[in-house]
Design a protein around this ligand. Structure first.
Ligand code: F6R
Length: 362
């Protein structure tokens, strides 16, 4: 049911605090602060993680690489399924293969899962449809509990994937002795704050809607971010392309000078996703390069980042949060931007042209 919302996508964006909370409850015990990997996966015995997915689910995987590597010190590779499956890379026995998929039916991701099983790897599936083929065929199901996602453009399934993978990164860090039970509980509680912070980040919707008329006139839009936010930049660009049909590209901000700076002009809006973390200053210096060339900038940051932002930049202020949950907290505003631009253009938001909800052919 769409309820009072105009589109399923809008409803599903607003459903994200609940979707994340339900998902996290499968991994985190709010009383003890313990993080548990379902299905008895022992991360102490895992020496490499291979994440495989398509589209938005691939970007959730990219985000989680930063978390698994930082919290659990496990090397992580992330690859789109259509390349992974035909590349047939050499694999080592201690590798855990994790496929990520809302539907659990995406043809390339399923084929990659089957290939990994054939190689004798332990396999796990972060899947939203728990009766799906991937959920059945993987050794272990890492569920997301986003509920049915109707909008073709993925929103709550994506943040639920990020939530599940973040919880797993905490569980992995604890299992590998990277930190003690006190730190595990601190991280778990930080993550359990995410639903409340997501709700606050959705509350900036009016400010985002106000940007839509200008952005809807753009032919091209560029997205930049660093760290996990570089993956969110890719996701933001994909969301905008899918539903508004505006050409958009996402980049790691450090790549600006290596090519995309040639595209900057007065008519090309630049979206920058930069919480005030250790990399904020680096991203600001990229922004001054953009401004020097007349590129209009919309900066998504927190209150501290807004204070330090250069004059002349439009700022969307997102709730202040720990870097652990920043990908979750910055997601909804990025989705809302794409949504309101698409609505402004009169596009069919829930059924974008040429796209299918589940891609079961290659
Ligand atoms: C983007 C989108 C697609 C899917 C991709 C994978 O909004 O919905 O990029 O994320 O087709 O689908 P699943 O997750 O079902 O494997």
């Amino acid at each position: 049911e769409r309820g009072n919302y105009r589109h399923f996508m809008e409803k599903e964006i607003h459903d994200q605090p609940d979707a994340c909370q339900h998902t996290l409850s499968a991994y985190l015990d709010p009383v003890s602060g313990k993080a548990t990997a379902p299905g008895g996966v022992d991360f102490a015995k895992v020496d490499r993680i291979q994440i495989i997915a398509c589209g938005t689910a691939f970007y959730a995987g990219l985000i989680s690489r930063y978390l698994f590597e930082r919290l659990a010190r496990i090397p992580v590779d992330v690859e789109v399924a259509s390349e992974f499956r035909y590349r047939e890379p050499p694999v080592t026995p201690g590798t855990l293969a994790i496929v990520v998929s809302q539907s659990g039916e995406t043809a390339d991701t399923l084929a990659a899962l089957r290939w990994c099983k054939g190689q004798g790897l332990q396999t796990a599936a972060v899947v939203n449809v728990h009766e799906s083929t991937m959920a059945r065929e993987a050794d272990v199901l890492f569920p997301t509990h986003a509920g049915p996602e109707i909008g073709v453009a993925s929103t709550k399934a994506f943040t639920s994937q990020v939530a599940a993978l973040t919880a797993l990164a905490i569980a992995a860090g604890a299992a590998r002795g990277m930190f003690d039970a006190t730190e595990e509980a601190r991280l778990s509680r930080l993550l359990l704050e995410a639903p409340r912070l997501i709700a606050q980040s959705i509350a900036v919707e009016d400010a985002i809607r106000a940007l839509a008329p200008d952005l809807a006139k753009a032919r091209d839009v560029l997205y930049f971010g660093r760290g996990a936010m570089s993956a969110l930049a890719l996701e933001g660009a994909l969301k905008l392309k899918e539903i508004s049909y505006i050409h958009a590209e996402g980049y790691a901000a450090g790549e600006l000078k290596h090519g995309p700076i040639a595209l900057i002009d007065e008519a090309t809006p630049v979206i920058v996703i930069a919480p005030s973390d250790a990399l904020y200053e680096k991203t600001m210096s990229n922004m001054s390069e953009v401004m020097a060339r007349g590129g209009p900038i919309i900066l998504f940051t927190d209150a501290e980042g807004a204070e330090n932002a250069p004059a002349g930049v439009k700022v969307i202020v997102v709730p202040t949060c720990d870097p652990l949950v920043a990908p979750l907290v910055f997601s909804a505003p990025i989705q809302l931007l794409a949504y309101h631009v698409a609505v402004q253009k009169g596009a069919d938001v829930d059924q974008p042209r040429n796209l299918a909800k589940s891609v079961t052919v290659e």
